[in-house]
Design a protein around this ligand. Structure first.
Ligand code: 13P
Length: 256
């Protein structure tokens, strides 16, 4: 973590929690964090299921804790049954949108091309995009992690002017570390984040790369958050399982 970049700690609740469960967790989270020092120095956000977005936003509004969407469609509106647009996320109070999560790529056939369309849709709104990248275990074991991540970055950013990427946030989530308890070591994560930052410097500019927050995701817990965040290139966390419980997530937010 560098002092020039404000860390972002994001909760991804995936397909968990009914509206009342989400509301209850948000109430507890707000009680734990509101008025405390962490919200002064860190950006905190929660990405609930679409059904709970409006309720969670209502609970958290005014607290400094933001709300984000887990996915979106690239069109503004239209006959796309089951989809949600960037404008609809904004309408529910979202400030951020996750894009290209590995579970979307793996189970819902998202490709670099569709992730790129989603990124361009988000960039045309005030939403802040959090672009997820990461290699699978077999890709890492065959020595292709760097190539895979660079391919995902260049695919997602295809056709986007560097000047429009000022607000981009990247999340490195190695697929082998998601939900497995196998956190990437701080050394591995910091090294990959460094590669992502160098790639952004070549593609955009040194200033843009130095200002871009790169989050780590994959089995982040209260016990390992501080050590991960102590690394120069790790600017926050995207937390799945350990974010479902308000106490556990608040301890990650308050990492030392
Ligand atoms: P876990 O924290 O459960 O490993 O999930 C990480 C993740 O996918 C966050 O987007």
């Amino acid at each position: 973590m560098s002092h020039q970049r404000k860390p972002i700690i994001a909760a991804n609740w995936k397909m968990f929690k009914t509206v009342s469960e989400a509301r209850e967790t948000a109430v507890r989270l707000k009680a734990l964090l509101d008025g405390g020092p962490a919200l002064q120095s860190r950006e905190v956000l929660v990405c609930p299921a679409f059904t709970a977005l409006a309720a969670v936003h209502e609970v958290l509004s005014g607290s400094g804790i933001q709300v984000g969407g887990q996915n979106l469609h690239w069109e503004d509106e239209g006959a796309f049954t089951g989809e949600i647009s960037a404008g609809m996320l904004l309408d529910c109070g979202c400030r951020y949108a996750l894009l290209g999560h590995s579970e979307r790529r793996q189970y819902f056939f998202e490709t670099d091309e569709t992730v790129s369309r989603k990124l361009r849709a988000v960039l045309s709104t005030p939403l802040i995009p959090i672009l997820c990248v990461g290699e699978s275990l077999s890709q890492r074991e065959s020595g292709r992690a760097e190539e895979v991540i660079q391919g995902q970055l260049s695919g997602a950013l295809a056709g986007v002017e560097a000047s429009g990427l000022g607000g981009l946030v990247v999340a490195y989530e190695p697929v082998w570390a998601i939900g497995t308890g196998m956190t990437a070591t701080p050394d591995i994560a910091d090294q990959v984040h460094g590669i992502i930052r160098e790639w952004l410097a070549r593609r955009c500019s040194a200033d843009m790369a130095a200002a871009t927050r790169i989050l780590y995701g994959g089995s982040v817990k209260p016990a390992n958050a501080g050590e991960l965040m102590s690394r120069e290139n790790i600017d926050g966390a995207l937390v799945g399982g350990a974010s479902l419980d308000a106490e556990s997530f608040s301890r990650i937010v308050e990492f030392k």
